[in-house]
Design a protein. Structure first.
Length: 205
């Protein structure tokens, strides 16, 4: 067996040893409630830290794959991810427990917050606070994106192919202002075909 194969097997064994699972539906509910209460705009940073670094319910590679699927599916990304993790662990009851934990407490807080700030939302101070929070959220998302780049080394497409697809996507959406649906319908199938091709080459090697 080659050194690279041994290294790969050791990494897989290590991931298996440290990876954990939700203990119960209550654990899912409480964990996603605490996660949701931290998600002020920069939810991606919170989700990655809680589910991968702290809970160890997902490896970094699994998180990248699940988050990609959650982004493609209709609805909020983190809601889709919660349903996936809960359903994978305890079926439909687990999915509902994770969803309830994610939504109940934040919904109550948003209603209370909306009632509290209704009279001052348009003041310069409130607008300045919101702009500042937006800048912090953008920084959190950028930091997590850089951290997740480490998982690209295990992607069958290769790191540079993944970065190329990411650059094309950024150019199409941020610079050319193309509709997201058209970007997904064009780059999505192309990237999937290339990944399928790379997987086939890996099996033949």
């Amino acid at each position: 067996m080659s050194d690279s194969a041994q290294t790969s097997n050791s990494a897989q064994t290590s991931d298996t040893l440290v990876r954990q699972a939700p203990r119960s539906k209550t654990d899912l509910f409480v964990s996603f409630t605490l996660l949701a209460l931290q998600g002020f705009g920069g939810v991606l940073a919170v989700v990655q830290r809680e589910l991968v670094d702290k809970k160890k319910w997902l490896t970094l590679d699994e998180f990248v794959e699940d988050w990609a699927v959650a982004q493609i599916l209709p609805g909020p990304n983190v809601v889709n991810l919660a349903l996936m993790i809960g359903g994978r662990s305890f079926g439909l009851p687990g999915a509902l427990a994770a969803l309830a934990g994610l939504l109940l407490a934040p919904t109550a807080l948003v209603l209370l917050f909306a009632a509290a700030v209704a009279g001052v939302a348009d003041t310069p101070v409130a607008q300045g606070m919101l702009r500042g929070m937006g800048a912090v959220s953008a920084g959190l998302i950028a930091a997590v994106g850089i951290k997740l780049m480490g998982a690209l080394k295990n992607n069958p497409m290769g790191r540079w192919s993944c970065l190329g697809v990411a650059a094309l996507t950024f150019t199409a959406i941020a610079l050319l202002r193309l509709p997201l649906a058209w970007v997904l319908l064009s780059l999505g199938p192309l990237a999937s075909i290339w990944a399928w091709h790379c997987l086939g080459k890996g099996e033949l090697a």
